[in-house]
Write a protein that binds this ligand. Structure first.
Ligand code: UD1
Length: 418
């Protein structure tokens, strides 16, 4: 796997183009199985998770290909209902295919999905939801087998607002007989994007973005052309990068309204941020006071996917910060690596206690999940001296040309093959 070699300590200046959201594109790709007609996803990022999902679509019998940055999916000949185990283990979002594949073919089979190792990631709510929709679900030999003779609408109350379960249920329910109501649904912007896309295909869904979503089943869906929403986690990563390194950057293709909780925290610690049209501008000077408390929670709370970068920022603030991770059990694997760079952090259960130091120093560190890898990269570009970050496969899952964008903003970072 590749590694970064980074010489830290330079401020960031310039403009960064934000990609379409990974977490929006993946469910849209699963949704494309629902039609025999052509689907075009414009501005589709070529990140590893997307490329893996495209490969799975190919295994199901869809024809796929890029034209420039648009991904074309033609599901006319799709016929296979088995998602290959090796690919399913590569990415967690493969589980979304259960909903759409069973809705189209009446059967779906998948190995338990993989993804980043950030704690137990059960799929019980996905399966409960599918069962409520009349899908027979059997779990045996590390595989999930779904079958039904027609999905039918139902009222579903989620025990917790799971993003993936909400999306999976939407995908199964959009062409079901009758009406489905999802209560305690997740409210993430990516769910609104999935609703909008399915409605472009002829679906009748309302309420996404609130905790009650109503789906009036339609008989069939047609093709569509769609531009997914900008990646709020990538945008947030660059805002935190500017807060750590200092300087002044503008993010193009960014939606500030989807980043309100982060922007609020950064303003509290005196970063100057303003937004206009599809741009967010950030300006940061000297070392700032610590954010005191950062607690992750479902949208619109502080996103768990920005917890690791925020922990890296807290390391070099003045004062102490308590970081509470409420969504995933073991999402602090970046902490021992930050400590190698001179950070002062103690983890107890779901909380990290960070005592700020004036600066981090360069070190050889190892990414062990996607956002943790991004956090270590930010720590390295803001640190004094030289660092290497290894195991970039994790970073490549979610960021397209991360190093190129940072380099264009003035960071000294290069990727080398090992
Ligand atoms: C999605 C995002 C991920 C993000 C997470 C939380 C995608 C592709 N990934 O993941 O980047 O970190 O939302 O914002 O969109 N849970 C259960 N049973 C289930 C499903 C979930 O107990 O069947 C629990 C999980 O263990 C976790 C919580 O619910 O504690 C939230 O998980 P969920 O919202 O489902 O996250 P993902 O969809 O996996």
């Amino acid at each position: 796997m590749d590694k970064y070699i980074i010489e830290g300590g330079r401020p960031l200046y310039g403009e960064v183009e934000i990609q379409s959201a990974k977490n929006a594109v993946l469910p849209l790709l699963a949704a494309s199985v629902l039609t025999e007609e052509r689907v075009v996803i414009r501005r589709c990022p070529r990140i590893a998770d997307v490329l893996n999902m495209v490969q799975i679509l190919g295994e199901l019998g869809c024809k796929t290909g890029f034209e420039g940055d648009a991904l074309i999916i033609d599901g006319a000949d799709a016929a296979n209902h088995e998602i290959p185990s090796a690919l399913a283990r590569e990415l967690r979002s493969s589980v979304f295919l259960l909903g759409s594949v069973v809705a189209r073919f009446g059967r779906a089979r998948i190995a338990y999905p993989g993804g980043c190792d950030i704690g137990l990631r059960p799929v019980d709510l996905h399966l409960q939801g599918l069962r409520r929709l009349g899908v027979g679900v059997r779990e045996e030999g590390g595989c999930i087998d779904c079958s039904c003779s027609g999905v039918r609408g139902a009222e579903i109350v989620l025990d917790c607002p799971s993003v993936g379960a909400t999306e999976n249920i939407l995908l199964a329910a959009v062409t079901a007989r009758g009406t489905t109501v999802i209560r305690n649904a997740a409210r993430e912007p990516e769910i609104v994007d999935l609703q909008n896309f399915l409605n472009c295909m002829g679906g009748k869904i309302a309420g996404a973005g609130t905790s009650v979503i109503a789906v009036e089943g339609v008989r069939r869906l047609h093709g569509a052309e769609y531009t997914p929403l900008p990646d709020r986690i990538e945008a947030g990563t660059f805002l935190i990068a500017a807060a750590m390194c200092g300087g002044e950057i503008a993010l193009r293709n960014a939606k500030s309204e989807n980043l309100a909780s982060l922007i609020h925290k950064l303003r509290e610690i005196s970063c100057k941020i303003h937004a206009k049209d599809d741009k967010i501008y950030i300006e940061c000077g000297a070392r700032r006071l610590s954010p005191k408390l950062v607690e992750t929670s479902p949208y619109p709370g502080f996103p768990t996917d920005l917890q690791a970068p925020m922990t890296a920022l807290a390391c070099i603030c003045e004062g102490s910060t308590v970081i509470v991770e409420n969504l995933f059990e073991t999402r602090f694997k970046h902490v021992p690596e930050l400590i190698r760079m001179g950070a002062d952090i103690t983890v107890r259960g779901r909380s990290a206690f960070v005592r700020g130091v004036p600066r981090l120093h360069g070190a050889d560190v190892c990414a062990s999940d996607l956002r943790g890898g991004a956090a270590l990269t930010l720590a390295a570009i803001s640190a004094e001296g030289c660092s290497t970050v290894v195991d970039l496969g994790f970073v490549d899952r979610g960021y397209s040309d991360f190093e190129g964008k940072l380099r264009a903003a003035g960071a000294r970072i290069r990727r080398v093959r090992v």
